[in-house]
Each structure stands twice: as C-alpha cells, then as structure tokens.
Design a protein around this ligand. Sequence first.
Ligand code: ASP
Length: 301
Amino acid sequence: MKPSIIVHGGAWDIPDDLVEAHLKGCETAAERGYDGLVNGESAVQAVVEAVAVMEDDPVFDAGVGSFLNQSGQVELDAMVMEGSSLGSGAVGALQHMRNPIRIARKVLEDTSFSLLVGDGALRFAVEKGFEPCTEEDLLVGHQLEDYREFLRTGVLGTREFFEGGCDTVGACAIDTDGRVASATSTGGIPRKPAGRVGDSPLVGCGAYADDQAGAASATGWGEKIMAVLLAKTAIDALRLHGDPAEACTEAVTTMKSRVDGLGGIIMVDSKGTIGYHHNTPRMAFGFVEGKTGRRKKAIRA
Ligand code: ASP
C-alpha cells in the first residue's frame, strides 16, 4: 500500500519569529520519513528517523534544544510504539543523550521491557554503544545562557512560558506493508522538577499504535494528557468513527471538557489517511499522505 507520515513539533503559542523554523523542521522530518517509507523502510524506522531529525534540530524541545529542569539538568522522555505486536520501548528522565528516540527503539527491539528511566536508562544506552554528551551539548540560546549563569551563581532564574506546552516532537506513519508506528520525544516542560516524567514516554498517553486502527502522537500539557490517555482515547474514537480528523477532534475536546487540558494530536489510520487537531493557538506539523499525494506543512490546523 501507499505509505503516509505526519510529524508534529509541539502544540503551544509558537511565537511569530519561530514559525518559519518550526515549519522547516517539520517539513524536513516528514520528507525524511516519507523517503524512507517509499524506499521500503518500516513504519518504526521511519518514525524514529523523522523524530531523530527533529531531536537534532535545535528549534525543538527534544534532544538538542531541550529545556532545563529546576535543578539545572536536561532530562529527556521518548517512546516508540509499533502497531503489529503493540510493542513499545521508552526512556524517561534520561540524561546526557542526544537522541533518546534511538535508545527507546533499542528498548523496544533488544529487551522484554517497555520503559527504562534515569540512571538505568543511561547505563542501558551506554551498554548499547551510545556516546554520552554534556548538558551544554543539549542546550541552546536562553537555556544555555541560563545554565552558564547557574554554574557561576548556583541560581537558576525563572522564565515565562506558556503554561504546559512547548516544542515536543512526534511522528506517526504507515509503511508499504500496512504496519503503523508512532514516536514521541521531548525535553518536557520548562523548569519541571527533577525526576518529573511527562506523558510522552507513556503508552496510550504520548503515543499509541495499533495496526487494526492507526497510530497517534500527542503533545501539550503532559499531566492533562495523562489524565485522559489522549493518544489511546484518539485511537478508540477512530475505531468508533472511522475518520482520523473526527477522532483527533473528539480526543482533544474530551481532554478540554474533562480536565481543561491544552494540547494537540496527530494521527495516521490503517488506510493511510492523516488527521490532526489542537486546541492551543498553534501546533507545528507536516505530512505526506501517500494515497492522495497531499503534502502540507502548517502552524495551525
Ligand atoms: N507533553 C510534554 C510534557 O508534558 C510537553 C509538550 O508536549 O510540549 O512533557
């Protein structure tokens, strides 16, 4: 069948001067994923590589470009899930790694576990041959300035941010064999407490994938996403209505009405149709829908 892929670069009030960079980053990641799919890559490979492209892009809060926590550290969450076996691999509060999504994939493929956190996740990554990096390797712009100031003074200044959202990244794909997968990666919300793990690495919250329905990846206010298992709720709505756009809208609407949550979700269904919805002012996304040839990058649904 014809493959499809959709990626997101976070749902929040993305400032005007960052719009272009977000659009470009989403387009590059979606095209990378789609090229791979067309050349026979699996959905898992395509979503992991699309997310890795965005982790390497300093404009997004994932990998390089992540936010500092309250203790002046970068702690990363990431997950990949594949829809044939409902298998998943994830890392939480992982430090000193540039591409947590690749480590999440190792958890999926090389272990019988689903989620490794903290020091154990770091040790696992090193055992698998991933090269540790420093905090400074992951920080850019204001976050890097704040970190250097923190090293000098021992004080981490506060910064104003939109409550609950940032530049988390994610991808959902269906490959030529009809297998779906989703991946999500984040530095989490700015100035989170050390050890805080958000929705992104939790099955059914930050992502879900089932070949019998479709794949979804979420972004936004993590604790609210967890409360309604946003990604699973969206896939359940898809099973009911059969329409990805409707399913995404229903899931986000449920999150708003039930827990006053803000965020967004992207989806590809088992027929290769793309869907997305958000209730934040903006959400960066990009997609290629193989069967229709539709290609889009946008900052607002
Ligand atoms: N959901 C992420 C978290 O709470 C943040 C985001 O999506 O922007 O860690």
